[in-house]
Design a protein around this ligand. Structure first.
Ligand code: BES
Ligand code: ZN
Ligand code: ZN
Length: 495
């Protein structure tokens, strides 16, 4: 897909489809639409007056061969209430537009930028939304895929001096949009294909393209280091575990000075059967996406390698498969983590925190000064927040505040949950330093409490994305399946 900027008058742009967003307020006070009505010789006016076209977000109306326009089709898209319009909604709207364009096999489309956001930001989210809307999760369908994807997208803003801003925004949007789709395609991939070994292979391939150095620790390396909570999860599977470490190729090595080093740590369970504490079979297939946090880290790192992050950053993805094999970890087993703390494994289905514990501790040994982890960690988080917000917990309030402020731009919603010391009680063990599960109460928080044990005094933010990693229903702007949640949040944090 090629993105281009145009400051031409929209009626003059030659393309298969011109997309014109319309705000709810404009159905009454149509002054702002006078030029549109004039150039379509009244057709849009009568469409609006008929009430057939609703201006709620994502409603569309397609008009063929609009008189007075060089475009072959005109697509009106509802943009909702103007005062509620933000960059996240603009991104979605661009996704809706591109999916409509594809459904009528358009090769080129022009998107008229409306609203008052800075052109650079608008360009960026439009590119992200267009790429997001273009993704399909039919990775393994064999029938000839129709070549119906869009080839060129013009962003139109009648601002002749805006070319540089727009180009910069489009470039960033293209990089982050592609990185999001990369994360989605990994999470959609079934577990027989995306094993920990394949995950590492893909990371190496992505790294070559994007400019990442990729290091992979093998089982023996991890055993030597003492990553026994991570290895405890891998025991029941024939697939060997991998710890994938990502560094930006030409980012200068951390100097002696106290420059911060951010570490992104993403849960990479390529399949979570629960292990000996096996899960019920209903919807177990969704557990192929239990590596969505790891995929988000790879996506964000690939984007950051192509952009200019403000700080140094590394990525860590502990990748394992959680199965109940003959050598699997059993409830009651005790293991010693890399940090030296011992863990009584009461429930082998609480495996995410076990692999994250060693990965967090290892990130600190690599010199990380700020830890941000992202994991499909608990069903309890889905009960608490549904599939609207991801759960956010941590010890770095400044960083969490910043991440929340970014939500209206990233469109990835985060909601902070408390992390009082009182919650720690739930994971006390009689035999070891802690157990890996609490009781049924506050499951998302007690899981975070467990992780906190391995961050020690390093500022840390934890994102529980269990409810938001998959979209089961599909949206007007996106296919069903993996969402790539976290790529934009993590990338934005460092930009
Ligand atoms: N991967 C799951 C969490 C999950 C559940 C993600 C549903 C997405 C959808 C995690 O490893 C898990 O099984 N957690 C357990 C923890 C429990 C045993 C304390 C859970 O939430 O049930
Ligand atoms: Zn589990
Ligand atoms: Zn899991």
């Amino acid at each position: 897909m090629r993105f281009e900027y145009s400051s031409q008058f929209y009626a003059e742009v030659v393309c298969d489809l011109l997309v014109y967003p319309i705000f709810e307020e404009e159905t009454k006070d149509a002054k702002t639409l006078e030029a549109l009505h004039k150039s379509t010789r009244g057709v849009t006016k009568s469409v609006l007056e008929s009430g057939e076209f609703k201006t709620e977000l994502h409603r569309t109306c397609l008009i063929h061969k609009p008189a007075g326009m060089k475009a072959s089709r005109l697509l009106l898209v509802g943009a909702g209430k103007k005062k509620e319009f933000n960059l996240a909604k603009l991104r979605e709207l661009a996704g809706t537009a591109v999916r409509s364009a594809r459904s009528v096999s358009c090769k080129s489309a022009a998107f008229l930028r409306r609203g008052s956001h800075p052109l650079r930001d608008a360009a960026r989210v439009v590119a992200e939304g267009v790429l997001y809307g273009s993704y399909e999760s039919d990775l393994h369908k064999t029938r000839e895929k129709e070549e119906r994807h869009l080839e060129r997208l013009f962003l139109i803003a009648e601002k002749p001096a805006g070319a540089r801003e727009a180009a910069a925004g489009l470039r960033r949007g293209e990089i982050v949009g592609n990185a999001t789709n990369l994360a989605r395609s990994l999470a959609d991939e079934p577990s027989n294909i995306l094993t920990p070994t394949q995950f590492a292979e893909r990371a190496i391939a992505v790294g070559k393209e994007a400019g990442l150095e990729v290091e992979v620790l093998e089982r023996e390396d991890m055993a030597k280091l003492g990553m026994n909570t991570l290895l405890a999860v891998a025991r029941g599977s024939a697939e060997p575990p991998k710890l994938i470490i990502l560094r930006i190729a030409n980012q200068k090595r951390r100097s002696k000075s106290k420059s911060p080093l951010y570490a992104f740590i993403g849960k990479g369970v390529t399949f979570d059967s629960g292990g000996i504490s096996i899960k019920p079979s209903e919807k177990m297939e969704d557990m192929k996406a239990d590596m969505a946090g790891g995929a988000a880290v790879l996506g964000a790192m690939s984007a950051l390698a192509q952009l200019e992050p403000k700080h140094q950053v590394i990525g860590l993805i502990p990748a394992v498969e959680n199965l109940p094999g003959g050598r699997a970890t059993k409830p009651g087993d005790v293991v010693k983590s890399l940090l030296g703390k011992t863990v009584e494994i009461i429930n082998t289905d609480a495996e995410g925190r076990l692999i994250m514990a060693d990965a967090l501790a290892y990130a600190r040994t690599l010199g990380a000064t700020h830890l941000v982890d992202i994991a499909t960690l608990t069903g309890a988080c889905i009960i608490a927040l549904g599939s609207v917000n991801a759960g956010m917990m941590g010890t770095d309030q400044m960083l969490m505040d910043m991440m929340r402020r970014n939500c209206s731009l990233t469109g990835e919603k985060l909601w902070q949950l408390p992390l009082d010391e009182d919650y720690r009680k739930a994971i006390r063990s009689e035999i070891a330093d802690m157990k890996n599960v609490g009781n049924r109460q506050a499951g998302a928080i007690t899981a975070a409490k467990f992780l906190q044990e391995f961050t020690e005094d390093t500022p840390w933010v934890h994102l529980d994305i269990a409810g938001v990693d998959l979209d089961h229903d599909g949206r007007p702007f996106a296919a069903k399946g993996a969402t790539g949640f976290g790529v934009r949040t993590l990338a934005q944090l460092l930009l």
